[in-house]
Design a protein around this ligand. Structure first.
Ligand code: PMV
Length: 340
């Protein structure tokens, strides 16, 4: 018996869907997936084709903020995509990326999908809407074709669409194991055994405009040209262990300190890339300073930032009134749905 070598996304799909049907079991598939914010960041791939990361990472899912996807077979021969009630141009970068991804799942080459998506987070503004989008898409495909795949396999399939999407197939705190295998079959996410009903994250939107440099391009440039990237994997190893201990102990001071330093270190690696990648705007820096200032005055608040100018603030529920008073236009998140 020959053992099939897994090298491409379609090899992965073939291996995971072996024996499962390519016939829809219902008129339309539907699913929701939460957005996620990394507490310990994923920054840099060891293999681009399968979105395999250099390091593990850990995130917090954002409850009801995320993406809702509904899909069925389209009437014509081209995919149609509606986002937040408006049709997307067939030649837009996002639809092209989606079409390439859907190619992996067409029962026949002429099969087109009609996809309707609704985001409850600003699209492409550093709120990982591509993560919730691809996760919801995979869950909707699973629903449509009745695969009933294990979560771990759904996580791997979501990873093929966008790396951080593999964490969005779960609620709560989620760790993505980098894995070592060249086929990526050991690179999937799973929930972290920690519950923290009082932990809150507030989103401060500096700009909801689409970012200029995608995270895919920015991380590739960082890995290839940043002299600071060499120190990143060791830092992640330390930070990941510290974050997991802090989550289990529900120690906000310990968690916040590591989350902040991890985000700053990630941004430092990309600022040192050539040419540099700088997502911060003056207002982002002002908000970071505001967080430090509030902390200096005794309010335990901490920040993190992703590949965009927006700032996310971590704090505990008893401090909510003080945090709401300190910032205008906050969106508050409860990571454990129903647990507050
Ligand atoms: O999965 P991508 O390509 O959108 O990259 C995500 C990168 C960060 O959001 C900056 C970090 C993370 O772990 O989510």
């Amino acid at each position: 018996m020959s053992i099939a070598v897994i090298e491409s996304p379609s090899d992965v799909v073939r291996a995971l869907l072996a024996g499962r049907g390519a016939v829809p079991v219902r008129a339309a598939g539907q699913a929701f997936a939460p957005a996620n914010i990394a507490l310990c960041k994923y920054w840099g791939k060891r293999q681009a084709r399968l979105n395999l990361p250099r390091t593990s990472s850990l995130s917090m899912s954002l409850g009801s903020l995320g993406s809702e996807v509904r899909l069925c077979r389209a009437e014509g021969r081209t995919d149609t995509v509606m986002l937040n009630g408006a049709p997307l141009a067939a030649d837009s970068a996002f639809v092209t990326r989606l079409r390439d991804y859907l190619d992996l799942f067409r029962p026949t080459p002429d099969w087109a999908f009609a996809v309707t998506a609704r985001n409850t987070v600003p699209t492409a503004a550093g709120f990982a809407s591509s993560a919730s989008g691809f996760a919801a898409l995979v869950l909707a495909l699973d629903d449509y074709f009745g695969w009933a795949l294990p979560r771990r396999d759904l996580s791997i399939l979501a990873r093929l669409g966008s790396g951080s999407a593999c964490r969005s197939v779960y609620d709560g705190f989620v760790e993505w194991h980098a894995g070592v295998a060249s086929d990526g079959m050991d690179s999937w996410a799973e929930p972290v055994a920690a519950i923290w009903p009082d932990l809150r994250m507030a989103l401060l939107v500096v700009s909801a405009a689409e970012k200029g440099t995608s995270s895919r391009i920015a991380m590739q440039r960082t890995v290839e040209t940043s002299p600071l990237y060499a120190g990143w994997p060791r830092q992640v190893e330390e930070d990941l262990a510290a974050i997991k201990s802090a989550l289990v102990a529900r120690d906000l001071e310990a968690l916040g300190a590591v989350v902040e330093r991890n985000a700053l270190a990630m941004h430092a690696t990309m600022m040192a890339a050539r040419p540099p990648v700088l997502y911060w705007l003056p207002q982002s820096v002002a908000l970071m300073r505001r967080v430090w200032d509030l902390r200096a005055h005794g309010l335990p608040v901490f920040f993190t930032m992703d590949a965009g100018p927006n700032v996310k603030v971590l704090y505990a529920a008893p401090d909510e009134a003080a945090v709401l008073g300190a910032f205008s236009d906050l969106t508050v998140i409860r990571p454990e749905p129903g647990a507050a």
